[in-house]
Unconditional design. Structure first.
Length: 145
């Protein structure tokens, strides 16, 4: 009986794992890949994934790690560029020290909206803290990873 239960659990795990891998490898719509190709010619190491209802391309461009989020119609929603923590506005560092005194910023990014609006992201305690261009706190987002 124990072997049967163990076999069922193993098979369920394999099935769930296979479905999860299929979902991660889901191809983006042609409109998104076309728009990405035009916006980021020369991008290397491109990997597509789902981000809620949108599609995210993670890639390297001119030595910089970046990502771009597109909707089903190929409309760019945001671009994110990994930056050094020291490149964050000083008010972001101050905010983190005051509100998360024992935490360390793990990663930092510069987010550019299609309108040209700039935001900054600081990953702290498995949460993404979002700030405006001047470093003023906007919101906290639980990290999906």
């Amino acid at each position: 009986m124990k072997q049967i239960i163990l076999s069922v659990i193993v098979l369920m795990g394999i099935t769930l794992s296979g479905n999860a891998q299929k979902e991660k490898k889901m191809a983006p719509p042609a409109a998104a890949t076309t728009a990405f190709g035009k916006a980021f010619p020369g991008a290397e190491k491109v990997k597509w994934g789902k981000e809620k209802n949108d599609y995210e391309a993670e890639f390297v461009l001119k030595g910089k790690e970046m990502s771009a989020v597109y909707n089903n119609n190929g409309v760019l929603k945001e671009t994110e560029e990994d930056i050094k923590i020291a490149a964050l506005p000083s008010s972001v560092i101050t905010y983190v020290k005051e509100h998360y005194p024992k935490a360390v910023i793990k990663e930092a990014a510069k987010i550019t909206m299609p309108t040209g609006e700039i935001n900054y992201e600081a990953e702290v305690n498995k949460k993404d803290l979002i700030f405006d261009a001047s470093g003023k706190f906007i919101r906290e987002v639980k990290d999906a990873d």
